[in-house]
Design a protein around this ligand. Structure first.
Ligand code: CA
Length: 439
């Protein structure tokens, strides 16, 4: 549902929130957990506005809101957003309306004074994970990614028979989810070289990224009580950028028959900012199945999903090598696509996750799986762009080439939404840097 908080003409009294290219206008209002960089301050909830972070703990001390909005503000002021996530859509919406009124151009002088006192420049903060993530599951829902990767593993039969009938997934590792900016070591492990008779042990030779979105669970469900697809959206707090770092050589050797394990569990990066489903409402698009494809079974089908279950979120992957950094050069754009091409919606993923009775809890993280668009340049992983490592990609401005990631490489994910008649909103970025393997 669109309301006054989505009005494209709405402005903030903070000028940087009105800049045409900003990710954080007053229509967005995403949440993160932050503190001033390099201090021993406690982490607390914040909301992005222009080039500033609104400190929700400082704001809450002023008691500016009443009722549900006050309750939600209190829940967002702690060192994780789990309590806010647990409250559910009416409280989230009440807080969104109150923050919109506080930060919008119609705010009273008293409000502006209170809010100004709680602003911290975004370039001076550091972030923690936005939630205490109890569980992390990663789906596999881009048919283009499934076909591209399937061709590398099983050239004669790239798409598994279940793919078009249900959103498939594996249980990931919550403990190694890190916030953007956290570097990680190239993993050690076991892999089988082509034509070899025994595996070798050593640093990963085929390190990859995966362009994904994540979504955080709001109110959970009781064990044994599935969430019907018609109610799935009410259990989703918001979305983030997610990079599922992947050790392809380890993954391809270990994956049969139980699925990914060490190839995926050494690190997953998420953006600090969580964009709420309310903020994303103007960018909903119909969920469409190509004619001739299987239609979703009843428990995965819903009129609302067909009407607007998809989300048109523009996404980009950039690679910044050590040479780019040393020479002060701009990073190289590896690919660009949109989430609207995904084969399954986030509500279908949530319904599938719970259909057997699995209980989700506030702050659980679900990944969408790699997001690859229909054409080759829209691929969301380097294993696709390099055709399984057989075609080198040349990096602009340094002339270096890549088939997989090298030590010192930073991968930067960016995401935003824009269309005529709506305000542009963005996710900021999700960045991670590869460190050499532990000797
Ligand atoms: Ca993945």
């Amino acid at each position: 549902m669109l309301d006054h908080t989505h009005e494209p003409a709405a402005r903030s009294w903070l000028d940087t929130a009105n800049s045409p290219g900003t990710d954080f206008p007053v229509q967005n209002l995403p949440f993160a957990v932050f503190r001033r960089r390099g201090t021993a301050e406690g982490f607390r909830g914040g909301v992005a506005i222009g080039d500033q972070v609104l400190d929700l703990a400082a704001l809450a001390a002023d008691r500016p809101f009443d009722g549900l909005a006050a309750e939600a503000l209190g829940a967002a002021a702690g060192d994780t957003l789990n309590d806010l996530m647990a409250l559910g859509p009416p409280a989230w919406r009440a807080l969104r309306y109150a923050l919109f009124a506080l930060l919008g151009s119609g705010a009273s002088e008293t409000s502006v004074r209170a809010a100004r006192g709680a602003l911290v420049p975004m370039n001076s903060v550091e972030y923690a994970l936005p939630a205490r993530i109890g569980n992390y599951t990663d789906f596999y829902t881009s048919i283009h990614h499934a076909r591209n990767v399937g061709r590398v593993i099983r050239p004669d039969d790239p798409l598994t028979p279940n793919f078009q009938w249900m959103p498939i997934a594996y249980h990931g590792r919550a403990s190694s989810v890190v916030v953007s900016g956290t570097p990680f070591r190239r993993p050690m492990g076991q892999a089988m070289a082509p034509g070899a008779s025994a595996p070798f042990y050593g640093p990963c030779r085929q390190l990859d990224y995966e362009l994904e979105l994540g979504f955080y669970i709001g109110p959970g469900n009781a064990l044994g009580e599935p969430v019907p697809i018609s109610q799935a959206r009410d259990h989703i707090f918001g979305m983030c950028l997610l990079n599922d770092w992947s050790a392809r050589d380890h993954q391809f050797w270990e994956m049969a028959p139980l699925g990914p394990f060490l190839g995926k569990n050494f690190c997953t990066s998420v953006s600090p900012w969580v964009v709420t489903l309310d903020a994303l409402a103007p960018y909903r698009v119909p969920f469409e199945r190509p004619a001739g494809d299987p239609q979703p079974l009843g428990y995965l089908d819903d009129p609302a999903e067909r009407a607007d279950g998809g989300l048109d979120i523009a996404l980009e992957v950039w690679l910044e090598s050590a040479a780019h950094r040393a020479r002060g050069l701009a990073p190289h754009r590896l690919s660009a696509t949109s989430f609207r091409h995904q084969y399954w919606t986030i509500a279908q993923m949530l319904a599938q996750h719970t259909v057997g009775g699995c209980n989700l809890q506030p702050g659980d993280l679900l990944g969408t799986g790699t997001i690859s668009g229909p054409t080759a340049p829209e691929a969301g992983a380097i294993v696709e762009l390099s055709l399984g490592g057989t075609r080198a990609i040349e990096l602009s401005s340094t002339g270096e080439t890549r088939t997989f990631l090298e030590d010192g490489d930073s991968v930067i994910l960016r995401g935003w939404c824009e269309r005529p008649g709506a305000a542009r909103i963005g996710f900021g970025e999700c960045r991670g840097t590869v460190l050499p393997a532990m000797a």
